[in-house]
Write a protein that binds this ligand. Structure first.
Ligand code: IDP
Length: 232
C-alpha cells in the first residue's frame, strides 16, 4: 500500500494560495521561486489564456513532474470554497496523467487575507492596484477605468470565504500557513513566514532557510516583476 503520510525525498508539494486581488500573491510567489530557481515553480492563472480552466492544474503538474522540481505554486485567488474544491478535484483527476501513481503529494495552503483585516486590505490593495496600473495580464487600469477595477476588486472582497479548517475542502490541506497583512514590505514578511513554517513542517523541502539578505534581494527583484503574457 502507498503510505501517504510518509514524507521523503520523493515527496512533491503544491501550494494553493487563498487570497483576494492585490494581496501580493504573485510578488510573494516570485520571491520564493527566485530563491529556489531549480526546484520551485510558479504557474499563474493570469497566464492561462484558453477556455480550458484546468490548464492551471495541468501546467502545474507538468512542471511538478520534472525530476528536479519539488514544489509548484498554483497561483490563483481561490477566494471561495468552490475554487479550492475545484483545485483538489483537478488534482485527483489529473495527477496520474503527469506523475507516477505512487507519487506522494502534499498540499500546502497559504492564506493571504485575514478576515478581520478586510477594511485595511481593501484600502491598501486598491492603492497598490492603482500603482500597478497596466502592469498586469488582465486588469488594465487604462482600459477598464477606476470604476470597473474597483467593481472587480469589491466583488472579490464581497464573495470572499476565508479559510475554515474544520470543513471541506479546507480540511484537505496538509499544512495551512495563515499570513497577517500589513502595508510595508508585506510580501517580504509573507515570504519569510512561509519559509519558516514550511521549514518546520517539511524540512525535506526547505532544509535550510535562506539568509535574510538573500530573501531581501529576491523580494526587491520580485517587486519589479512584469508579466509576459497579455490577455487579449
Ligand atoms: P496579487 O498577485 O495578489 O494580485 P501582486 O500582483 O503580487 O498581487 O501585488 C499587487 C501590487 O502590489 C503590485 O504592483 C506589487 O508590486 C505590489 N506589492 C506586492 N507586494 C508588495 C509589498 O510588500 N510592498 C509594496 N508593494 C507590494
Amino acid at each position: 500500500a502507498i503510505d501517504y503520510e510518509k514524507v521523503d525525498e520523493h515527496t512533491k508539494f503544491l501550494i494553493f494560495p487563498i487570497s483576494v486581488i492585490g494581496c501580493g500573491k504573485t510578488t510573494t510567489s516570485q520571491t520564493l521561486v527566485n530563491l529556489f530557481p531549480e526546484s520551485w515553480g510558479h504557474i499563474q492563472n493570469d497566464d492561462i489564456t484558453g477556455k480550458d480552466k484546468s490548464q492551471l492544474m495541468k501546467k502545474s503538474l507538468e512542471l511538478l513532474s520534472k525530476k528536479e522540481v519539488k514544489c509548484v505554486i498554483v497561483d490563483r485567488n481561490n477566494h471561495q470554497f468552490r475554487e479550492r474544491q475545484q483545485l483538489f478535484d483537478w488534482l485527483d483527476e489529473l495527477k496520474e496523467d503527469y506523475l507516477a501513481y505512487d507519487t506522494n503529494i502534499k498540499v500546502i495552503g497559504v492564506s493571504f487575507a485575514p478576515y478581520d483585516k478586510l477594511p485595511e486590505i481593501k484600502d491598501i490593495t486598491m492603492r497598490r492596484v492603482i500603482n500597478r496600473g497596466n502592469n498586469h495580464q488582465s486588469i488594465k487600469w487604462d482600459e477598464l477605468g477606476e470604476k470597473k477595477v474597483v467593481g472587480i476588486m469589491s466583488g472579490f472582497l464581497k464573495r470572499y470565504q476565508p479559510v475554515s479548517l474544520r470543513r471541506s475542502p479546507d480540511n484537505m490541506f496538509d499544512l495551512m500557513v495563515e499570513l497577517d497583512f500589513g502595508e510595508v514590505d508585506s510580501s517580504l514578511t509573507n515570504a519569510k513566514q512561509i519559509l519558516s513554517e514550511i521549514h518546520k513542517a517539511y524540512p525535506i523541502l526547505i532544509p535550510e532557510i535562506p539568509k535574510d539578505d538573500e530573501i531581501d534581494a529576491s523580494f526587491r527583484k520580485s517587486l519589479d516583476y512584469k508579466p509576459t503574457v497579455q490577455k487579449r
